[in-house]
Design a protein around this ligand. Structure first.
Ligand code: GLU
Length: 486
């Protein structure tokens, strides 16, 4: 007894010293998840290659998740490194592995089944799982209607989890999961009748509706769910806390809302009917004129998708379009413009496209040097629509307001004033329908964004494409309209 307590007394200070050293050593060797990321200066993020998450477009990397996570990395002064997983199971398996991604930003639903494999941030988007069917087929309206149907969902998805739960209640329910496809493929397969139904998140449908004309919502399966970012499970919440603080800032300063509008607002801008119609025209009309757009764009040094977007805005890709005011053809040229651009027959689609391309370049060259890209393109479109003189008037009014006359965001706010006497009476060129160029530019940008996604080279050469499941793309063989366009 005595010996033992003497031992304790004698060695107590040693023991506590060792304890403190171990503790300190432990701290030095095991920095928090956030400290590790900061020390390396790199944020490794895993995602999916899909339109709602991450893809390459004309300007490089883009996508809803990419843009949001890039802002997060910039806020923390970190370099962003994106990795993509081929499927959802792989995504969760790689998350948090040593030297691997520390964050998953991939349109992930915070589902019960995922509590073991990840910890989720605060939500950044509310979505509803929707059963999708093909227009013309009988519309399912409740879970009973799903029996005896060919249903396909993504392997390892929240939707597979939902259907598994539903199968307990309806043992007759059959569905398949595939790791070889993405959500766009599921929608295309419904669109083309290869499967009867699928289950996707409402945000994915909102983004993709514009190129699948036959896809319709049957019904919402269950309540809304939260999309969130995920980190590996564990006690350490340092990175997650930082993520949550960022998402809260993005919510408060409106940047999250703007991003949602840009990616998921197509249907809001085009309307549901407009979205189906665009999708139909994309398949049926664009393939006829695509080569003309490409050629004209190459000659003039433009992006062909911008020209195609203009053509859609002008005539819905109809070469014989004519307006009451006498503008005609696919690019709706006035007689004067057509003559100036060397167009002898405005109803000839190739001539019209060549003329339109030449004209937009001409208009762009006349803009003040101070206007830089990408604004320069939007100003050129506005001048194409309303005329350079009126645009100049609007720029002057913009400057007088203390705003920046070289920024489209500022000038578009002022342009509608050109139709109000109190304002236009003070301008050089007078009255103009100033709201029109704002719509014109907004619509063209919207079509341009959609066309950019649809024609992105990355998807055309992707694994999905190689596996024999073609992805939406206007270069692919698409069904031709059986009646000539009007
Ligand atoms: N949001 C789905 C999930 O978390 C993936 C995308 C989808 O299937 O629509 O699994």
């Amino acid at each position: 007894m005595f010996a033992q307590s003497a031992f304790r007394t004698r060695y107590a200070h040693w023991l506590s010293a060792i304890g403190i050293l171990l503790l300190l050593g432990g701290c030095a060797e095991e920095p928090s998840a956030l400290e590790r990321v900061q020390a390396e200066g790199v944020l490794r993020v895993i995602t999916r290659n899909s339109p709602a998450t991450y893809f390459q477009d004309r300007n490089g990397e883009t996508g809803f998740e990419y843009e949001l996570v890039k802002r997060f990395a910039d806020d923390l002064d970190l370099e962003l490194q994106i990795e993509t997983a081929d499927n959802l199971d792989e995504l969760f398996a790689r998350l948090g592995k040593p030297g691997g991604p520390v964050l998953a930003a991939a349109g992930l639903v915070e589902s019960d089944g995922r509590q073991q494999v990840a910890r989720f941030s605060t939500p950044y988007l509310e979505v509803t799982p929707q059963i999708i069917y093909r227009n013309g087929q009988q519309r399912p309206t409740r879970p009973d209607d799903l029996l005896d149907k060919r249903i396909l969902v993504l392997k390892g998805s929240s939707h597979a989890e939902q259907l598994a739960a539903l199968k307990v209640e309806f043992p007759g329910l059959n569905y398949e999961e595939s790791a070889a496809v993405e959500v766009v493929d599921l929608l295309r397969m419904v669109d083309e009748g290869q499967i009867d139904l699928t289950l996707v998140d409402s945000n994915e449908l909102a983004m993709n509706q514009v190129y699948f004309p036959n896809v319709r919502v049957a019904f919402d399966l269950g309540d809304s769910q939260s999309l969130a970012w995920a980190v590996a499970p564990g006690e350490d919440t340092s990175l997650l806390d930082e993520v949550n603080a960022f998402l809260q800032r993005a919510q408060q300063n409106g940047s999250l809302q703007r991003l949602k509008e840009r990616y998921y607002g197509h249907v809001d801008v085009l309307g549901y009917v407009g979205a189906y119609t665009f999708a139909k025209h994309l398949q049926q009309r664009l393939p006829r004129y695509e080569k003309h757009f490409r050629q004209a764009a190459q000659v003039q040094g433009l992006d062909w998708r911008l020209l195609a977007a203009m053509g859609y805005q002008e005539s819905l890709w109809q070469p014989s379009a004519t307006s009451k005011t006498g503008v005609r053809g696919l690019m709706m040229l006035t007689l004067r413009t057509a003559q100036a651009m060397g167009v002898s027959n405005r109803l000839d689609p190739k001539q019209s496209i060549d003329g339109g391309a030449k004209y937009i370049v001409h208009v762009k060259e006349l803009l003040p040097e101070s206007i830089q890209e990408p604004d320069r393109t939007w100003f050129a479109l506005a001048a194409y629509n309303v005329g350079g003189g009126h645009l100049e008037d609007a720029r002057k009014l913009t400057e007088a307001e203390g705003l920046n006359p070289d920024k489209w965001l500022d000038v578009q706010k002022i342009l509608p004033r050109l139709s109000q006497k109190q304002w236009y009476s003070k301008t050089r060129y007078g009255y103009a329908r100033g709201g029109e160029p704002v719509h014109f530019v907004r619509n063209i940008r919207r079509y341009y964004d959609i066309l950019t996604w649809v024609t992105q080279p990355q998807l055309e050469g992707s694994q999905v494409a190689e596996s024999g499941l073609h992805v939406p793309g206007v270069n692919k063989t698409l069904p031709q309209e059986d009646t000539p366009p009007l």
